[in-house]
Ligand binder design. Structure first.
Ligand code: NAD
Length: 454
């Protein structure tokens, strides 16, 4: 049995490790075109904050260790050029020797990930313009920070990377301007939550321009200076970070006849099987079923990649395991606040034609008179007819991400807000008021539902 994995980061290495564990006698081969495998790309912004830290900190497993300790035949700097399902082979180029070879598989796992969208702007390839997704891209940016000493950064895109990198670059002492095309930053979030993030950015002297159209990037008056030209004027910067979203890397899959889903990512069933026999897909290149809508979606996030990879690896080795699906939970830190979401947002609610109420509440995070209490703002999306919780978003101080996890569990259990209000949650003054902001938010949603009954 020969199990071949394309891609050696989160989903790919989870798949390879699981396949080897389940079928120790199988030949498990991983082809990775980059030089690193199995690294924590989500940790890059935090690593960049500290000039003394090496990016090697983020590598969970070296190729050599994977070979020696786990018996996985990892081949870095090997790019798969084509999948030939009719003959069950992949065509692979050894990037150091330039040789192309055919490699057979019995089972194939596609874990090719996603790639940053680079808008086709004039000047997008100038030195000083960066994208940030992989460890090598992190290394290039870190070197630029150390060697060129940039002072002003412009970030194109006010999404997840825009937020995390605005903080990282401010902490490195740079002036930062975010240029966001949409009318608000954090496009998938309710405006109450986006406004909280905006206030936090401004409190930390990050300039934010929304509804801005970037026309191009030009060389400035000195070799290191760039000018980002927009319809709202020019922004000078000596570092431009392009964080305008990602797209699933499906070129190989598409060419091989793997079916893509409505999102453009690879369609998979709950066993991570594609439409092509013996071929599985997992991670940022693949869709997942959203448990709230029941529909296939593309929400590329780290934990999902690891879980899907594990299931693809087990099933490639002969098991019969199923991925439970996602509810779309994500969170990030922004200076002194946390922001998170789970479930559907208002846009998805509208797209699905659901009749829902968006219930906004604010509450303190600690017990009455206990010092250090902060504010959390919560938005719950609730189905009007049934009271079913559809989604939750929060921003503010103190354990927002972990409170979002409670809502994620509630979504997974298909709870109504009335059931959420009954949850037996912990209370002690350092952690929460008598009624946790979760319970308060559910209670406010119940009142909003009653007030807005048709
Ligand atoms: P994103 O989708 O979060 O945000 C991209 C933003 O760029 C959007 O707000 C969009 O309106 C804007 N945009 C698009 N084109 C533009 C243009 N030409 N000019 C100005 N703005 C433009 O994508 P991202 O920030 O690049 O992050 C990529 C992915 O990485 C995310 O989708 C997420 O999966 C993942 N990620 C997650 C986390 C987390 O969960 N904590 C952190 C970092 C990254």
């Amino acid at each position: 049995m020969r199990i071949v994995v394309i891609g050696g980061v989160a989903a790919g290495m989870s798949a390879a490790s699981q396949a080897k564990r389940r079928a120790p006698s199988a030949d498990v081969v991983v082809f990775e075109r980059g030089g690193w495998i199995s690294y924590a790309s989500c940790g890059i912004p935090y690593n960049l904050i500290d000039p003394a830290r090496t990016l090697d900190d983020l590598v969970v497993l070296q190729a050599e260790e994977a070979r020696k300790d786990r018996g996985i035949d990892v081949r870095v700097r090997h790019e798969v050029l084509a999948i030939r399902p009719d003959r069950k082979v992949v065509e692979v180029r050894d990037l150091d020797q330039c040789a192309v070879r055919e490699e057979p598989y019995d089972r194939l796992i596609v874990a090719t990930g996603a790639a940053p969208v680079r808008p086709p702007l004039p000047g997008i390839d100038l030195p000083g313009v960066f994208v940030l997704r992989t460890l090598p891209e992190g290394a290039v940016l870190k070197r630029h920070l150390a060697e060129s000493g940039p002072r002003e950064a412009a970030i194109l895109g006010g999404g997840y990377i825009g937020m995390e990198m605005a903080e990282a670059l401010r902490r490195r002492g740079l002036a930062v301007t975010i240029l966001e095309r949409a009318e608000q930053i954090l496009a998938g979030y309710h405006d109450e939550i986006a406004r909280t993030a905006l206030e936090e950015l401004r409190r930390n002297e990050v300039r934010v321009q929304t509804g801005v159209s970037v026309a191009g990037i030009a060389q400035g008056t000195t070799p290191r200076l760039l000018v980002v030209q927009t319809d709202q004027g020019a922004v000078a910067a000596d570092l431009v970070l392009v964080a305008t979203g990602i797209r699933p890397d499906v070129a190989l899959a598409r060419a091989a006849g793997l079916k893509l889903g409505p999102s453009g990512a690879i369609a998979v069933d709950d066993r991570q099987r594609t439409n092509v026999p013996h071929v599985f897909a997992a991670g940022d290149c693949a869709e997942a079923t959203h448990r709230v809508s029941g529909l296939p979606v593309w929400v590329p996030l780290g934990t999902t990649a690891n879980k899907q990879g594990k299931i693809a690896g087990a099933n490639a080795a002969g098991a019969d395991e199923r991925f439970a699906g996602i509810v779309g939970s994500a969170a990030f830190k922004l200076f002194d606040i946390e922001v998170g979401r789970t479930g559907l947002g208002m846009r998805e609610v509208r797209e699905l034609g659901l009749d829902a109420v968006a219930s906004v509440s604010r509450h303190r995070t600690r017990g009455h008179s206990y010092p250090g209490s902060r504010t959390i703002r919560t938005v719950l999306f609730v189905e009007r007819e049934t009271g079913r919780l559809l989604g939750a978003q929060m921003a503010g101080g103190d354990a927002v991400a972990k409170r979002i996890d409670v809502f994620a569990a509630a979504l997974q259990a298909d709870m109504t807000v009335s059931e959420v209000e009954q949850l037996d949650l912990t209370y002690a003054p350092p952690f929460a008021p008598v009624y946790d902001p979760i319970l308060i938010a559910a209670g406010v949603a119940m009142k909003d539902l009653a007030a807005r009954k048709p």
